[in-house]
Each structure stands twice: as structure tokens, then as C-alpha cells.
Design a protein around this ligand. Sequence first.
Ligand SMILES: Cc1cc2nc3c(=O)[nH]c(=O)nc-3n(C[C@H](O)[C@H](O)[C@H](O)COP(=O)(O)O)c2cc1C
Length: 356
Amino acid sequence: MTIEQSVLFSPYTLGKINLANRVVMAPMTRSRAIGNVPNDLMTQYYADRAGAGLIITEGVAPSANGLGYSRIPGCFTDEQASGWKNIADAVHAKSGKIFMQIMHTGRVAHPHNMPEGAKVVAPSPIAADGTMWTDTHQMQAHPVPEEIPSAEIPALIAEYAHSAKLAVAAGLDGIEIHAANGYLPMQFLSPSSNQRTDQYGGTPENRNRFVLELAAALVTAIGADKVGIRLSPFNSYNGLTPDATEEAQYLMLTEGLSSLGLVYLHLVTYAMPKDMIPKMRKAFNGTLILNAGYTADRASSDIESNACDLVSFGNPFISNPDLVHRMKSGIELTPPDPATFFTPGAEGYNTYPAHQ
Ligand SMILES: Cc1cc2nc3c(=O)[nH]c(=O)nc-3n(C[C@H](O)[C@H](O)[C@H](O)COP(=O)(O)O)c2cc1C
């Protein structure tokens, strides 16, 4: 069979929406949202990539406290929601589908990147290792975050629900909870960043509680068919230390997410033990998306063997807006330039042409 006939390019039903193919654009922060508001540059970027079966947007903050990086977008004001509406409309006009990744950066943040009055918050007052970019003071150490009081957790969850409702009202097809890569929800999951003594810390059950309550609230807010989640078990990114009990904890978490009826589970598999992926698939009733380092051939064979339903591609989408067409036709891919991943402006963003 040629790649052109691969199952990767066959349609798929995700909840109540129909995807034209099984190729997902992975969420990627690109830092083009000056003032944290989606703009025309971003509308163009996403519209150019509407050939993906599903686009998952870059990480989008549900509140000012979640805006830890320079120039990342939010979705909590009317102005931001109206920017997202333009993006959703442009993607839909080209028959694409789009979920918004809701990303609260938690302790992976710096006050220099955040609006006046915003706070760096996390499950426990433990700074992430290392430094991060700020536009005004260049590289800075991560600060010690403020511990989120137990009594404020319902308000934090309500921020996500508000943001998800705005996203759906703006026309997005759903949202993805970013519970991977060391951001706020994963900061609750990991014992190295969560040393709480209340019901959100201590045991694996307690460390899973925030993510499960968050997922349940989002299901209530917009419906389970519109809520997906991203997890990255064993990932040490952003200063987390994987723990011996991690596999058991994530399987328990996944069973909980499955009973809530979430539409998909999106796994970043880099650091996972190989035999954990089928266990996670078994624990989850919905759609499974796998990610990290995929080629079209490997994606086809994983879908063919039922290891997953969909595969997401990150880097290749940066520099190949027409990735699906190129993969299907066996056209060579253009490599992306990491120097322009997070710089402002069109260069390295909207300057990669489709194949002629
Ligand atoms: C520039 C860039 C920005 C990224 N931003 C995010 C993000 O906002 N949220 C997220 O979950 N992952 C983010 N990722 C990770 C990607 O979604 C994906 O997991 C990673 O690139 C591996 O997939 P790939 O090998 O197909 O590139 C980012 C990756 C890159 C290269």
C-alpha cells in the first residue's frame, strides 16, 4: 500500500465532529499575541494549517495568572474571545476543525511577562528550576510561586470553565486541558511540585484530585464531547522529578477521566515506558492521540495497528503549513528554524510557503 492510501488520511469522527483525516496539529506556543490578544497574523497562521484533520491551538491562558510567558494569548476577555472567533471562522471556512488548548502556566512564569496585578501561583511554594525569557529583562530565574489556598481552588477551576465557555461561544470545536509538560495541572500531579497537606496533596489520589475536578467542571460547562486532555507521564520538563508511583497514578487518573467521558486523551510519549501506552489506551474509552517525533509512516502504522486513533505533529506543522498534502504526496518536508519559534512578527511564522 502506498502512503497516499494510508488510514492516516482517512476521515474520523471525534465526538460529534467529523475530521477530514487523522493528522492533528499539536499545540504550539508561538508568542505572536502582542498584548495577549489573538490577531490577524495568528488568523492567517491557523487558516494556512486548516488541512489538518484537527488543529489544537497553542497554549491559551484562562486568566491573567496563567499568562506566564511573553506574548501568549488568553481567552478570558471579550476582546480575546473575539480574536479567537476570527481564527475559528477562518479555519472553518477552509473546512478545518479547531480545539483550544487551555494552558495555565502556574509556577512556570515570571511577573515581568504578566499583566499588572497578576500573580505567579502553584500548588506549593517551590520554584521551578532554571530560567525563562522576559521581553523587558531577558532571562530571569523562575520565582517562588504563591501557594494556592484550598479555598481558592473552586475559583481557579471556574476560570477554566469561563474560558472554555468563551471559546465554544467563539465557535471553537472544543478545548484541550493542558495537563502536560510541567504546567499548572501537572504541577498538582507531581510530588516534586506538590507538597500540599490538604486534600489536593500527599497521596496519588489526592494529587490527581485537581485534574479530575477540573475535567468534571469543564464537562459540565461545555459537554464531554468538547473536552480533551493532554498528559505527559514521566516527563521532567519544567523541573519535575518523575516518581516511582507515576505509572499507577496516571492509570488511575486516566480511568477517572474516562468515566467523565472526555472525548480524547492526548499523550506526549517521549518519556513513557513503551508498555505503558497500551495500558493507557485500555484505561481510556475515548479517542487516543499520540505525539512526539512522528513521521507519516510511523503514524500510519500506529493507527493501523490500533495503538491509537490519531497522531499529532508539532515541528513539521511550523514549516509545512500544507503538511497533510505533503505527507500524502511524499513531498519532502521543510525543516523549521528554532530561532524564530517564539519571536514576535511574521518572520518564521507566516513565511513558510505551501509547496508549489
Ligand atoms: C515551538 C513549540 C511550542 C510548543 N508549545 C506547546 C504548547 O503550547 N503546548 C503543548 O502542549 N505543547 C507544546 N509544544 C510541544 C508540541 O506540542 C509537541 O509535543 C512536540 O513538538 C513534539 O511533537 P513533534 O515531534 O511532532 O514536534 C511545543 C513545541 C514547539 C516546537
